[in-house]
Ligand binder design. Structure first.
Ligand SMILES: Cc1cc2nc3c(=O)[nH]c(=O)nc-3n(C[C@H](O)[C@H](O)[C@H](O)COP(=O)(O)OP(=O)(O)OC[C@H]3O[C@@H](n4cnc5c(N)ncnc54)[C@H](O)[C@@H]3O)c2cc1C
Length: 399
């Protein structure tokens, strides 16, 4: 790395941080990614990426690698978790790709992360550094200094906080806390041979019911099958929030007891060692100060019900890159223009994710009847429910 020119500093090497680094490198500026973990990586579960994300991956030049390891599902299917009946579907085939200019893919998180990390490693503009838990960020006289818990200091021309839901960088802008949804997730990918009974293994299935859902889809060229079980815990209290006393595997078995056979079968395969309490935060109206800004979950953490968290982080990366192209050396202006576009966009997705959660988890007979009537009366080529999210087509200012 050229040490004369101060690099951009990205705090956090998750999907958002690495994509941001690739974007900055596209502008031929140096960037250092500081990750708290001893190595770069992701957890062992799947991720869905809609066209608004794969459009960005195409632009970042990594889509060929993604194509080698992803699965291209034909349909996204909504099922009733109790009756086992199909409620609705979305065609994810050619018609989807033509409409949005990029495919819908499902893949293993570690595969996506590895593709991004390898692209970073092969860039002459990017340096990846581990064991850096950044605890302080200070802007001073046209540069920004970040300090790691181990005492290391890094000086950069600007800083992008990509440090996720529990972001330290976000504290520079707001004193809020993650909001616990009282839902937990259990998730993991198992070898395809172990999947005993199911419908079409190529598709994405979302089984929904009162206070619960299950998502299933293949990953890693179809070699693994990813499952995410989610439910609301009646054992949650503010006092026990930080413990593992709520949303236990035993409660999961009780909550799913009346579901149809295919769902029960899926529950029997889910890994029970680790649970993920689900959090989001409310949108904020500023995440930029001078030469410091935020991206991804640090800026706009959302519930995962629309499968858009990482997609939004990728959109952030593309838009930030374009603003850097547009504004040349004026980083402060680039950051301001970046947030001007991205705050309303991501706030809409955050609040829509909450609302979609209320719809799929509805507990009232009238609500369920209304929802199912709407769902059963749409066709699989009716894209109006997802156009806003998957069809994001801001004209990017190309280099
Ligand atoms: C159950 C579940 C399912 C989901 N499914 C989907 C889906 O299908 N599609 C989708 O688009 N999104 C999905 N999401 C959301 C998605 O996972 C996140 O939005 C996305 O991973 C955010 O990426 P990020 O890089 O912003 O943050 P993170 O992935 O949280 O990465 C933050 C990085 O920063 C590091 N870090 C943290 N603090 C510090 C520090 N102080 N100093 C240095 N490094 C630090 C962390 O170690 C980590 O590597 C899902 C989320 C959940 C919980």
């Amino acid at each position: 790395m050229n040490t004369e020119k101060k690099p951009f500093i990205v705090i956090g090497g998750g999907i958002g941080g690495l994509a941001t680094a690739l974007g900055i490198a596209e502008t031929k500026q140096y960037v250092k990614v500081l990750e708290q973990a001893p190595e770069f990586g992701e957890i062992g579960a799947g991720i869905q990426l809609a066209a608004n994300a794969t459009n960005v991956l195409q632009r970042l030049g990594v889509m060929d690698k993604i194509n080698e390891i992803a699965v291209f599902p034909k349909r996204l299917v909504l099922m009733d978790a109790f009756s086992g009946k199909e409620l609705s579907a979305l065609d994810l085939g050619d018609v989807y790709k033509e409409r949005y200019g990029a495919p819908y893919v499902v893949l293993h998180r570690s595969d996506l992360h590895r593709v991004l990390a390898e692209a970073c490693e092969s860039s002459p503009y990017i340096e990846l550094v581990t064991n850096q838990t950044i605890i302080e960020t200070v802007e001073n006289e046209g540069q920004v200094t970040v300090t790691s818990a181990n005492g290391d200091q890094h000086i950069g021309t600007a800083v992008i906080g990509a440090d996720g839901l529990w972001s330290n960088a976000r504290k520079l802008f707001v004193e809020d806390q993650p909001v616990c949804s009282q839902y937990v997730a259990y998730r993991g990918a198992l070898p395809m041979e172990e999947v005993t009974s199911h419908g079409d293994l190529d598709d994405v299935y979302m089984w929904i019911g009162p206070n619960l859902h299950l998502v299933q889809y293949p990953v890693r060229r179809g070699e693994l099958y990813n499952q995410v079980v989610v439910f609301k815990s009646s054992q949650y209290t503010e006092e026990n929030e930080k413990t593992d006393q709520w949303g236990t595997p035993e409660e999961m078995d009780r909550v799913f007891a009346g579901t149809c056979e295919l769902v029960q079968n899926a529950i029997s395969f889910i890994q029970r060692q680790r649970r993920w309490p689900m959090y989001d935060r409310l949108p904020i109206n500023n995440w930029t100060k001078g030469r410091i800004t935020l991206t991804g979950d640090a800026a706009h953490p959302m519930l995962q019900y629309l499968a858009q968290g990482a997609c939004q982080a990728l959109e952030d990366a593309a838009y930030l890159t374009d603003m850097l192209h547009k504004n040349g050396n004026n980083v402060e202006q680039a950051f301001l223009e970046y947030q001007e576009e991205r705050i309303p966009r991501t706030a809409n997705v955050q609040t829509s994710a909450r609302m979609w959660g209320e719809i799929i988890h509805n507990t009232t007979d009238a609500g369920i009847l209304l929802r199912d009537t709407i769902l059963l009366n749409r066709t699989d080529k009716d894209f109006k429910f997802v156009d806003d999210f998957h069809g994001y087509n801001k004209t990017f200012v190309k280099a």
